[in-house]
Write a protein that binds this ligand. Structure first.
Ligand SMILES: [Zn+2]
Length: 229
């Protein structure tokens, strides 16, 4: 997580909704899309994507309780960047990727999962990942980023939305991600409860320029479309 903004939250409301505001939290249970869930895939493939024993569930350090207008569609964008340092594991999308260095981070440094979480939170109009799971909270030290993904998906369903589609782009000079793309995409689909047809993943280099192109950092962009259920 790279966010370091700690703005007063929630901010004062200055907008007027066209429809009755609905509370984010409700008593209804989580309902995943039955058409897109394959029970055999509900167990995470990569060990890095499995909750650590010390993090059986992810409850945000700052519980989000932001009411917002009920819209049929919501778009969210996520961006994340991590510094790469020697002798650290490189975990991308829950997959441990062999490399000479990995992400410097408070959690497992999964730049893609962080980015997707921020896109979902952004679409919901919620605080970013750095505010919900601050790196100042020791309980997130070394946490598998799948716990953040699960919490973002839970919030999405609780707010009455489901994933329309997701498009993500990873930026790193090396190693090549092509051998790992399908495993990463499968992890995304499992955590999102989404069919592969609506989860797209791209990867590109940074043309050897700047920190991204010099193997000193890794970044990701994600756009999501959420649809009211
Ligand atoms: Zn991050």
């Amino acid at each position: 997580m790279a966010s370091s903004l700690f703005l007063p939250f929630p901010p004062p409301s200055t907008t007027t909704s066209l429809t009755p505001r609905t509370p984010l939290f409700s008593s209804s249970p989580i309902s995943l899309r039955s058409r897109s869930i394959r029970p055999s895939l509900l167990q995470l493939r990569a060990s890095a994507a499995v909750d650590s024993p010390t993090h059986p569930s992810a409850k945000p350090s700052v519980p989000p309780q932001i009411p917002y207008p009920s819209l049929p569609f919501r778009v969210g964008h996520g961006f994340d960047l991590h510094r790469l340092e020697p002798d650290l594991p490189l975990i991308v999308g829950g997959v441990l990727i062999p490399h000479d260095r990995g992400c410097e981070a408070h959690s497992d440094g999964d730049v893609l999962f962080h980015c997707v979480v921020d896109a979902i939170l952004g679409a919901l109009g919620l605080p970013d990942i750095g505010q919900l799971f601050p790196d100042s909270d020791p309980k997130w030290r070394g946490a598998a980023s799948s716990v953040f993904m699960k919490e973002a998906v839970r919030l999405m369903h609780e707010a009455g939305y489901e994933l329309g589609n997701l498009d993500a782009t990873l930026i790193l000079q090396r190693p090549k991600l092509s051998p790992h793309k399908e495993a990463i995409r499968a992890n995304l689909c499992e955590l999102l409860g989404a069919d592969p047809s609506v989860v797209n993943l791209k990867a590109k280099t940074h043309e050897k320029v700047d920190s991204l192109g010099e193997n000193r950092s890794i970044a990701a962009h994600t756009v999501v479309l959420l649809m009211r259920k």
